[in-house]
Structures are given as C-alpha cells and as structure tokens.
Design a protein around this ligand. Sequence first.
Ligand SMILES: [Zn+2]
Length: 183
Amino acid sequence: MNTGELLSIMTARVATLEKMPTGIPTITQQDVLGAMGMINHPCASLLLRVKYAHQFDFMDDLEHCIMIYIEKLWRDNHWPRYRGSMLKLCEFLLWEHIWPRRCVSCGGIGEKTVETGKVYQCGSCKGTGVRKIHDKDRASVLEIPYTTFRRKWSPIYQELLASMDRIEAIGRGALRKRLEVEC
Ligand SMILES: [Zn+2]
C-alpha cells in the first residue's frame, strides 16, 4: 500500500480498514492522522491534509505556510520583485497543485450561472469541468498581461509548481517512514 492509498483512506472519513476487503494491513485512519501530525515540515503536513484528506479547514493555514515558504524561495533565488499580490499567487499555485486539471473558468462544475440565474454549459471545458491549465489562465487570474507573464513569470511559476511537488514528496516520504516504523 502506498502513501497515496493510505491518504485516500482518510478521505472516506467513516471508513475504517476493518470494513475494507481482506489482505490490507490494519492501519486505521487514526494511525495515518497520528503519523501525519509528526511530519517535520509544517507545509507538507498541511498540504497532505488538504489535498488528500479534504480537510479544507486547514486551507488558510496552508496558504499562510506556503506564502512564507515561497517568499523565502524568492529571496534565496534572487528572483525579480513581484509587485502583484503574493497571496493571490499562492492561492492559485495551491489550487493548481491540488486540482491540476480542474477547469479555471467554471471551477470544475462544468457550467456557469449568469446574473439572470440562467445556467449555461461551460464553453471552456465543454461541460466536463476538466481542462488543462495554461499560462493564459495563470496570467488572467493573476491579472498580469499574457506576454509579460510568458516572458517574465512563467519560468518562475514552473519552479514554484515544482516546489509544491517537492513539499508533497517530503510529506509522503515522512508519512511512509512513520507508518513503517509504527505498523
Ligand atoms: Zn469549465
């Protein structure tokens, strides 16, 4: 069983492994949560909680944590000064990391409601709610002209996305180690 599967256990809040098919080690949701509490990287633990356990109550804490992390990364790499909202950048970065294929136009619902209350199928994703995120979307959300985003910020944004993956990997690695020790 990999950490992704373990984490998915937590998304089914009431499900315990006793109710699952036989042959699976008796690790409970409690074990996973306990091990997660011991991950030595605050962002990693929060990220796993939000992304896999859908504990969205931790979203504000996660955004705050990621913002501090990114500001440090920014300084360490001597990237050019970003004049936009760093919070907005962090919010979208997290959104993209957690839901990489969710349609930006409709938020993954597949439809849009206009002011009159009428509901239309989302043209961006043709009603599927799924669509790859492009630099055009990023520029638009961050309110930066597309050409500027492409030239100046796109490479940095890709670095930031990669750093999200690294944080997740730290969390998964630590969790796997903890559970191996305990179980
Ligand atoms: Zn859509």
